[in-house]
Design a protein around this ligand. Structure first.
Ligand SMILES: NC(=O)c1ccc[n+]([C@@H]2O[C@H](COP(=O)([O-])OP(=O)(O)OC[C@H]3O[C@@H](n4cnc5c(N)ncnc54)[C@H](OP(=O)(O)O)[C@@H]3O)[C@@H](O)[C@H]2O)c1
Length: 234
């Protein structure tokens, strides 16, 4: 979040940030991994901890091969949850499995709700990247008092079913990292640091660009890359 409310902070060797935003990277974690965490990992951590522990619970991560999604799987497993992930291809399913998802469902080819219901008696927390696509699925697979944390806007506007969420007392929580209080930010970042200490976070597939090729890096990012786009700063 170096660039948030800051004139500088990205594509730079150095930048100035408030001290609480300068986080510790364990000696064993390399800078490549550190560069891929930041916003996605802190977002995923907040989704998992803001409404109570997921230890021993079932968690559903939509878009499990995405930047937030893979962190959600790894942090969910590290927190002691069983993790179910949705993806759109076999290559992405492999990524989600490698991150530790116990069940991976291809949302383009499978009946997501019925596959998940065959696996879980009730999902307790959902990391939702596309409420537009998944509102009914979430309502169907969630257990009593579950929380659907909406962090993404993929697919645009959503239509919410009313009866299933009402009868299960579900909550739909919408979050934006830039609105976190300093306490929430520190708590989520602390969670990421502890997971890093335990070696629970791994490097996503990456495509590297030199700083001179920053235009191509942006173009690939716009296209929705497989994995992460990293700039190598001299
Ligand atoms: N609220 C916040 O504070 C916050 C923080 C970080 C990111 N975000 C937002 O969250 C979204 C994801 O960010 P990201 O960095 O993880 O992007 P990303 O790496 O591009 O991942 C996007 C993911 O969305 C998945 N997806 C799209 N439609 C889906 C559907 N119908 N069902 C299941 N998965 C679906 C994609 O999966 P497939 O490719 O398999 O379809 C992909 O894995 C972006 O909109 C971003 O702006 C918000």
């Amino acid at each position: 979040m170096a660039a948030h409310t800051n004139r500088w902070g990205t594509a730079a060797q150095w930048c100035v940030v408030p001290a609480f935003k300068a986080r510790r990277l364990p000696d064993e974690s390399d800078f490549l991994l550190g560069a891929t965490l930041g916003v996605p990992a802190v977002t995923a951590a907040h989704c998992l901890i803001a409404d109570g522990s997921v230890h021993g619970r079932d968690v559903l991560v939509h878009g499990g091969a995405g930047a937030v999604g893979r962190c959600g799987i790894e942090l969910g497993r590290w927190s002691g949850a069983r993790v179910v992930a949705t993806v759109s291809s076999e290559a992405k399913a492999e990524v989600a499995r490698a991150c530790g998802a116990e069940l991976v469902v291809d949302y383009r080819r499978e009946d997501v709700a019925s596959v998940i219901r065959g696996f879980s008696a009730g999902i307790h927390r959902v990391l939702e990247v596309s409420l537009a696509a998944n509102a009914s699925i979430d309502a169907e697979v969630c257990g009593l008092n579950a929380v659907v944390v909406v962090f993404g806007t993929e697919g645009g506007e959503a239509t919410l079913p009313v009866r299933p969420p009402l009868f299960k007392s579900l909550s739909f929580r919408f979050i934006l990292l830039y609105n976190f209080s300093r306490e929430e930010l520190e708590r989520a970042a602390g969670e990421v640091e502890r997971a890093l200490d335990d070696g629970a976070l791994t490097l996503a597939p990456i495509t590297r660009f030199s700083l001179d090729d920053i235009t191509a890096a942006h173009e690939l990012q716009e296209d929705g890359p497989f994995g992460r786009v990293l700039l190598e700063i001299p």
